[in-house]
Design a protein around this ligand. Sequence first.
Ligand code: F6P
Length: 343
Amino acid sequence: MLTGGGDCPGLNAVIRAVVRASDAEGWDCVAVREGWRGLVEGLFEDLSPQRVSGILPRGGTIIGTSRTNPFKLDGGVEKVLQNFSDRGIDALVAIGGEDTLGVAARLFREHGFPVVGVPKTIDNDLSGTDYTFGFDTAVTIATEAIDRLHTTAESHNRVMVVEVMGRHAGWIAVMSGIAGGADVILIPEQPMTVEKACEELRRRHARGKSFSIVVVSEGYELSYESGESQLVAGEARATDQFGHVVLGGVGEALGREIEQRTGYETRVTVLGHVQRGGSPTPRDRVLATRFGLKAAELAHKGDFGKMAALRGDDIVAVPLDEATAELKLVTPEWYDVARAFFG
Ligand code: F6P
């Protein structure tokens, strides 16, 4: 198995489940180290039940990860196929988000590669599954941060802007904002204008509240009534091998705008990779474990080109193509729930 893309809490729980279920059926497991880079470069490690003992509550991934895309490397795909067959592996469990699973889907489609997928990402933006593991932990961390910012905001009569991750999807912002009682939540899918956000804050202050919490998703574009919008991204606007711009910084820009336009003293907190670190919540451990068992079952049966997914309370198998066709974005209905508490 391999883990690819940004790490997230629960990866080790999947690894443990796949190894334990496979061992019980008489299969040996091998780790491909550091995502797709490991298959391009032939980086393998045997994974025994002893090796995965005690990793259930541990964050990160014991087998490493990377954002390597073999389709972007000269001869990358040929090396993947060669190393895989040289090592004598029967099936690959690819644990990742849209990028990692997008590579898996393409390898299956174009080369009949024997792969099954497990949906991982704190962003919760994968179609085909109700939830990805890692998301609940990220939302828990962000909610706790919002709770803490509330008390200091109130003491100082300040506006606190909290920037959370999520890339093009505002799920972490919406869920942690609802759970933490945010006064304004800004997301990429439905970009409320800066003017409107300031109006909500003034309305709240007019009601006698002297502090406010604003949650902004990193992919939100600063939007104005004039129709202009601006994506604030990492300084050099660097992109990874999957073409994603490195995001971050919109919180600072928004905080400046709010302070200038309203005159309310404003501070900004960027949660960053804290949202991805540390131990998974019980819910993520359980979901990751169930996904791992399903992926092992699919791999043992030779039912390739599928991904383990959560539908309602059931774990099912969905085609990888379906899961990676488009991103799952925040729906208007969900944003309405958040908006009911603005201002
Ligand atoms: O996809 C997960 C994620 O944490 C996004 O929310 C974020 O934009 C990105 O990864 C950060 O990537 P990196 O770890 O490469 O800085």
